[in-house]
Design a protein around this ligand. Structure first.
Ligand code: NAI
Ligand code: MG
Length: 500
């Protein structure tokens, strides 16, 4: 493995980092009521690079009031859909215009390679707003013929209206900071909702910049409010607030369950995009070279901090050794380093906490008898770097096979028969995604039906598109993000029945 290098922060990012980073409430940038701020770290150096306002329940109170006022005024929800669409589209344009700056923010905040941030995170975020801008003008109900048995001869005109759910709280994680904000804001804005968004405490920067861009695009005051701060304080206040009509959350399954309980107070609507332990299945009739590269990408993309990562690799027994050797070779040759170095393929993990968590899993896996055919340890140097790791001889009861590691660690296991693999693939409490590699299309479609997962990739992995719904079966969540499906999270159906 090559040595980690640490190029310095780009000049153009320095002024943003040193400027005060405030909360966005009712169109104004304000300090937290408590006056508190928290440190923002560069995960490649373990150094503090900025301070952000530490919003808590008091600030959430103001943000929800601002969102309520904006919603009730109709400034957004009653604007013509065509006008709303143009503003949402403009947000996408502004993201693209500022792509270099936003990508650099993602790299210093999250650690990811800057080329990936620009090509994936920023491009997908822009695309999400544009896709949802298109939907704003296409939200429509139905006319429904009635057949009321107890009103003989009755004539009715019945139809449905699709109305925005109201004020929504959105709590997002740190693995794709800007993109997760886009996944959440896009459909909420298209439907006419107003929003209180809380970015993860590890990665507040790009959401703050996005707030500025929303206003540059012409979004009315109070439609998007941004509260940076911690989960247990600001996040919990959003989830529990009686005047929030819906909460959308992406993060750990553990916190997802806390959100459900907090939401029970006013029975706010809840959607959840949670963890995963996704199976990636390679049959012996696959194009092996492509499958090996795909399996490596499925787990090492974004340092493995992807909810849909292909973290359980099932390989048909005849090609198991060859595939494990191939993925291990890719892992061993990966250039790990600062995301600002153009040659870096894998950056650091996002935080000290995540570094400790992943290191703990590596130790637990090796102690339990798994063997590292690549990596297996942290990298001894400043920053939160761990080696891309392939564990073989992993067995189903091990924590590295059952639990989400959220790091660059794949557990490889052999399988023999077609009937056995569906059971093995589904042997998890999660159900977010799955990968299938084979040249036999019938086999691919059969397993795609059997596997309990919200997304199935065949002969590819980690293909995301604003038009394609994404979300979880089982304990991976409730509801779908992206696509037409995401609009439903932010709409209510009203039935209107008229006697003629
Ligand atoms: P987390 O679930 O604690 O944090 C995600 C978001 O929820 C953050 O904005 C956080 O501030 C907020 N939050 C935390 N506690 C909250 C509470 N009580 N009420 C309301 N909001 C709260 O995730 P964390 O601790 O950063 O990572 C832990 C594990 O979660 C990871 O190792 C990974 O397994 C999983 N995870 C899954 C993600 C996904 O995309 N599905 C994203 C991030 C983490
Ligand atoms: Mg947490």
């Amino acid at each position: 493995m090559s040595t980690v290098t640490q190029p310095s922060v780009p000049e153009n990012l320095k002024s943003f980092l040193s400027a005060p980073k405030k909360l966005l409430i009712g169109g104004q940038w304000v300090d937290a009521k408590s006056g508190k701020t928290f440190d923002v770290y560069d995960p490649a150096t373990d150094q503090v690079v900025a301070q952000a306002a530490e919003g808590d329940a008091a600030d959430v109170e103001l943000a929800v009031a601002a969102a309520r006022k904006a919603f009730d005024s109709g400034a957004w929800s009653k604007m013509t859909a065509s006008q709303r669409s143009r503003i949402i589209w403009k947000i996408g344009d502004l993201i693209e215009d500022n792509a270099d700056e936003l990508a650099a923010m993602e790299t210093i905040d999250n650690g990811k390679p800057i080329g990936v941030a620009k090509a994936a995170d920023v491009a997908l975020a822009a695309d999400m707003f544009r896709y949802m801008a298109g939907w704003a003008t296409k939200i429509e109900g139905n006319t429904i013929p009635l057949n009321v048995p107890y009103v003989p001869g009755g004539q009715f005109h019945a139809y449905t209206l699709k109305e925005p759910v109201g004020v929504v709280g959105q709590i997002i994680p740190w693995n794709f900071p800007l993109l997760m904000a886009a996944w959440k804001l896009g459909p909420a804005l298209a439907t006419g909702c107003t929003i209180v968004l809380k970015p993860a405490e590890q990665t507040p920067l790009s959401a703050i910049r996005l707030g500025e861009l929303c206003h540059e695009a012409g979004l009315p005051d109070g439609v998007v409010n941004i509260i940076t701060g911690f989960g247990e304080t600001a996040g919990a206040a959003i989830a529990a607030h009686d005047d929030v009509d819906k909460v959308a959350f992406t993060g750990s399954t553990e916190v997802g369950k806390i959100i459900i309980k907090a939401a029970a107070g006013n029975l706010k609507k809840v959607t959840l995009e949670l963890g995963g332990k996704s199976p990636n299945v390679i049959y012996d009739d696959a194009d092996i070279e492509t499958a090996i590269a795909g399996a490596a990408d499925a787990i090492f993309f974004n340092q493995g901090q992807v909810c849909s990562a292909g973290s359980r690799l099932f390989v048909q027994s005849g090609i198991y050794d060859e595939v494990v050797a191939g993925v291990s070779e890719i892992a061993s040759n990966m250039k790990v380093g600062s995301g600002f170095d153009a040659s870096t393929q894998m950056g650091p993990l996002v935080s000290r906490e995540q570094f400790d968590r992943v290191s703990g899993y590596l130790k637990a896996g090796l102690d339990a008898g798994a063997e590292a055919s690549a990596g297996g340890a942290a990298i001894d140097q400043p920053g939160y770097f761990v080696q891309p790791t392939v564990l073989k001889n992993a067995s189903p009861e091990m924590s590295v096979v059952q639990e989400e590691i959220f790091g660059p660690v794949v557990a490889a296991m052999p399988f023999t028969s077609d009937t056995e693999i569906a059971c093995q693939a589904n042997d998890t409490t999660y159900g977010l995604a799955a990968g299938i590699w084979t040249r036999d299309i019938s086999k691919a479609h059969k397993l795609a039906r059997q596997v309990k997962a919200g997304t199935v990739w065949v002969n590819c992995y980690s293909i995301f598109d604003a038009a394609l719904p994404f979300g979880g079966y089982k304990q991976s969540g409730w509801g779908r993000e992206m696509g037409h499906a995401a609009l439903e999270n932010y709409l209510q159906t009203k039935s209107v029945c008229v006697s003629l």
